[in-house]
Design a protein. Sequence first.
Length: 117
Amino acid sequence: MPTVDRTEWSKIYAALSNDERRELLRYLKDVHVAQIEDVAQQLLKRESGSAEEKSDAMKIRLHHMHLPKVGEAGLLTWDPQQNQIALTALGSQLPAELIEPRLGSSPSAGDREIALD
């Protein structure tokens, strides 16, 4: 794994503190490159309700919250112009244990984050 300083580890752990972001990373490990629509559909498989409304809400969360947070941690690259999301070398080397769902996590837990001080 590339050398990572303490500040970067804080960003990585903050990015991994959210169920939806961990699912995003698991999905990218499988497909390597994806578009935001594909990622949104993958994340929505865990939820119930109106597919179209939830899809729009998920795309907004991805665009404004999850992709910037995971990108800032150096785990993925995202090109909004090309609509492509891909893991970086660091992201592809994350141990599977770090991106597994938390025990007892529920679909609604995806919006909650763990505070890291």
